[in-house]
Design a protein around this ligand. Sequence first.
Ligand SMILES: Cc1ncc(COP(=O)(O)O)c(C=O)c1O
Length: 398
Amino acid sequence: MSNNKAAGVGTRLAHGGRNKTMQFGAVNPPVVRASTILFDSYDAFVNRRSRDRRKGEFMYGRSGLPGSVALEGLMAELEGAADCISVESGAAAVVAPVLALINSGDHVLVADTVYEPTRNFFTVYAKRLGIDAEFYDPLIGARIEELCRPNTRGIFLESPGSLTFEVQDVPAIVAVAQARDIYTFIDNTWASPLGLQAIKLGVDVSIHAGTKHVVGHSDAMLGLVCSNARTEKAIRAGVLALGHNAGTEEIFLGLRGIRTMEVRLKQASASALEVAKWLTGRPEVARVLYPPLPQDPGHSLWKRDFTGACGLFGVVLAKPYPAAAVAAMMNGYDYFGIGASWGGYESLVIPTFPERLRSAVPWTAPGPTVRYNIGLEDPADLIADLAAGFDRLNAAGG
Ligand SMILES: Cc1ncc(COP(=O)(O)O)c(C=O)c1O
């Protein structure tokens, strides 16, 4: 489409990234299986770097094909980004831009609530390369300035945080970073570009595990890295040099998924709010960790900065129920599958252990924590399933 930015999100999701020439009139771009692209001549090959994939001028499988051009263009437009590059997983989307922009000897501030493999990357692999990662209280806001050193080169955010869902003051942190020429990265998977336009808020790099909301059907792995004008070149070059590449089928599934992302997220968020409200009235529950709930400590920041949510939240149980009781509750669910990841159409549950993952701010809670992903099932069925689960919890050790 003509990139009509005034059009609504649903319209942009339906029409964005479509290109008549590359699609031969079909609604969706073809799944092109290609490594080698053949050139007409010696000169065409030698000058291949002047080709523009956005005009259908391709060069090699890893540097873009019709599907990736469509998906990346649409994501960039939704984020207000200069560019977006697709990679093979959300984990790759976290690591690649950091390696593209941060050097040995640099100091990086990392939110204490980042996704566990992100934490692991910084504490083990980045450290090996001479990158010094320091974890900070996600609620630090503008006080992050006190942690900045002359060699601080990056600040990594994730909002809401993994497992415990703290909302960060993104504009306050961005203001400090911009004044000191520090790169900001955010894992923006929970909100998607529909819920938080992080690049528009001044973040340099907005990272999405496309595996979740973009793909939306639990059937493919995908990562998407959105960058602004000052980082786009370094990130595209770095991602290519590091050998990342999203598979052509995965890109197709991402493109298929993203067309319905708004309706899925709206429905999942509405159902999640209904379920979360019900959970807050249960005696087995101390707290529901979900920023859209008015009583959530992050609610006012969420209302100020976000335009949407998703169906993922945490629950803190009211007392130290034994693991066997939590297991009995989870094992008997009809609709909540026990499994990692989220963002599909189906509801999921996992036990979580944030107390094992925090180093800047210890996690304390009266009982175990559990994470639910609310899918597209009828909320009344999910509530009945959860109620039966609490009966098992109480019978097994309450
Ligand atoms: C917040 C967050 N970021 C990144 C990832 C990694 O995504 P992937 O599983 O596609 O590598 C996940 C996966 O659960 C996640 O929850």
